[in-house]
Design a protein around this ligand. Structure first.
Ligand code: IPE
Ligand code: IPE
Ligand code: MG
Length: 228
């Protein structure tokens, strides 16, 4: 029996820079094209009836990039958060953000808060944007929250309950584009039993058909969870 549709798909959206380089364009042009792929992918996931889509947009390690690329990315994020909020209202999807607020610029933080508040009551797909996200930092954040409560020992459930978005279930499927096959500090806790799908397609070229390919592959994986 093929696996049923995943409830939660998480995507490491990689390859914007290489996409731009192939076209002799600045890296930021790749990020702009990547933002279009985000729109297409949200729409495709919504149509398929996926409940949660986590998108890795900016890692805690991405601050090591050249300052002009960071500025360009933050600017693009501010603009796209507005567009995504409008689209979310029109199409009934909800926006969540996972990550640390510090040191995101105030303009981006304002847009995040507005996006999350405005779309909070939408009942369709939940889009969880991993922004200034690091999985080790997320686990550390959970442990520190538990220590602050005075806990002496913690349970697995305690940690799961103090992740950035505890209501989001673990992803059944994690997709990474651009041919890289690593997690890059993404969802280390939640990925314990996720299926992985790697594709050489660069993120700006990702679309509904590529998503369907990943889902077809996922459908035929045997998930054992340590059993037989
Ligand atoms: C992914 O594309 C987007 C971010 C990490 C912000 P990259 O910018 O990493 O593109 P490549 O890996 O250099 O091609
Ligand atoms: C991972 O991609 C982060 C995002 C997609 C936002 P990177 O391009 O930053 O990862 P590495 O450096 O190749 O591991
Ligand atoms: Mg990359």
């Amino acid at each position: 029996m093929p696996n049923t549709l995943p409830t939660h798909i998480a995507i490491i959206m990689d390859g914007n820079g290489r996409w731009a380089k192939q076209r002799h364009l600045p890296r930021l042009a790749g990020h702009r094209a990547g933002a279009e792929a985000v729109k297409r992918t949200i729409e495709a996931a919504q149509k398929l009836g996926i409940k949660y889509l986590t998108l890795y947009a900016f890692s805690t390690e991405n601050w090591t990039r050249p300052q002009d690329e960071i500025n360009g990315l933050m600017d693009l994020l501010s603009k796209t958060l507005d567009t995504y909020t409008q689209e979310a209202q029109a199409k009934n999807f909800r926006l969540l953000v996972s990550g640390s607020r510090d040191p995101l610029p105030p303009t981006v933080l304002e847009k995040i808060d507005k996006a999350v508040q405005t779309t909070a009551h939408n009942t369709g797909l939940t889009v969880n944007l991993a922004l200034n996200y690091g999985a080790r930092q997320e686990i550390l954040h959970a442990v520190n929250a538990l220590l602050a409560q005075g806990k002496q020992t913690v349970s697995l459930q305690d940690i799961a309950d103090h992740l950035y978005q505890p209501q989001v279930p673990d992803p059944e499927l994690i997709i990474r584009t651009s041919g890289e096959e690593r997690l890059s500090n993404f969802l280390l806790w939640q990925a314990a039993y996720s299926e992985f799908y790697f594709t050489p397609v660069l993120w700006p070229d990702f679309n509904a058909q590529e998503l369907q390919r990943a889902l077809d592959t996922y459908a035929h994986r045997t998930r054992r969870f340590g059993g037989v």
